[in-house]
Design a protein around this ligand. Structure first.
Ligand SMILES: O=C(O)CCC(=O)C(=O)O
Length: 295
């Protein structure tokens, strides 16, 4: 499958860009149609059931699934990689020389027993937060969180963020993650309906929250970054899979397979053979006021 439905490509608006810059995230309502929600949710719940079987991926102690490499796990999710309504934020913010470096599907059923305290707050990017010396550190990547269950009330395992924290390198926290510690002042649980998407700057301080509600939380997360940053997802074998034939050039690029596979190509030296560049050029969307969109 490539794209389920194909709305026109348009850039994010100036107002959205200003809000994203101020808050470090945007909540975009109604990105997925009901049929797209059914496809993605059904696929993820199927993976959840298989994971629980003997020999499957396995579930956590509380019966949840957190499985990396979303499209390798479920090729039918490929349409989420470049869904025009969500993907517009990625190329508007990061430009055309991008791939998905990290993705996961998540299913969190109700937890029945109060969990011990654990400090989940983090910025994405792992060692980027140790090894880059600037203050603030650069954005480098943006993540899309697709919601496929109703988290329209707090307490349903909502995505928790500290608005405006993306330009702050350090958040005061406990000495070790297991030490009880109050939530950061100003933290909010984001509420969303199935089909909504949260777009967030990887530097935004964020955390998963526990789901004590009876509504199983279902989501899919895709982190995009420049192709000159190594991918963490396992996608090497995807071209050998039958579904590969149905993937578009942009989807293949996002899965780490564009051009001749050389470092020079990943550095962006060959825009003409980089699928996303081609699509943006054809559609007249290479806005030269945005540095990442300039060839
Ligand atoms: O599952 C969540 O709500 C948080 C996910 C998260 O921490 C991440 O995507 O980096």
């Amino acid at each position: 499958m490539t794209q389920v439905e194909a709305p026109a490509w348009t850039p994010m608006t100036a107002d959205e860009r200003a809000r994203f810059d101020r808050d470090g995230f945007l909540v975009v309502p109604g990105v997925l149609s009901p049929s797209e929600i059914d496809i993605a949710r059904g696929a993820i719940l199927g993976a959840f059931e298989r994971a629980a079987q003997p020999g499957g991926h396995g579930l956590s102690a509380t019966g949840s699934l957190h499985q990396l490499s979303a499209v390798t796990t479920l090729p039918e999710l490929a349409f989420l990689l470049d869904h025009p309504v969500a993907f517009r934020y990625i190329w508007s913010l990061l430009g055309w020389n991008v791939h998905v470096y990290h993705s996961h599907i998540d299913v969190h059923p109700q937890i029945h027993e109060k969990q011990k305290d654990w400090w989940h707050w983090h910025q994405d990017g792992g060692r980027q937060n140790r090894e880059i010396e600037t203050d603030p550190r650069p954005m480098m990547s943006v993540k899309l969180a697709y919601w496929l269950s109703d988290v329209s009330e707090p307490g349903r395992g909502n995505f928790t963020v500290l608005p405006g924290s993306h330009k702050t390198n350090w958040l005061p926290g406990p000495p070790t993650r297991g030490v009880p510690w109050p939530q950061p002042e100003g933290a909010i649980q984001i509420t969303a309906n199935p089909g909504d998407v949260v777009v967030f700057d990887r530097r935004l301080w964020h955390a998963r929250s526990d789901n004590y509600s009876p509504i199983t939380r279902v989501g899919a997360f895709f982190g995009y970054t420049y192709r000159w940053i190594a991918g963490r997802d396992e996608t090497a074998d995807l071209p050998n899979r039958p579904e590969w034939a149905g993937f578009s050039g942009v989807q293949r690029q996002l899965l780490g397979h564009a051009g001749d596979g050389s470092g020079d190509h990943a550095w962006g030296h060959f825009p003409q053979t980089t699928p996303l560049y081609g699509v943006l050029r054809e559609q007249g969307l290479l806005d030269s006021s945005i540095p990442a969109l300039i060839p």
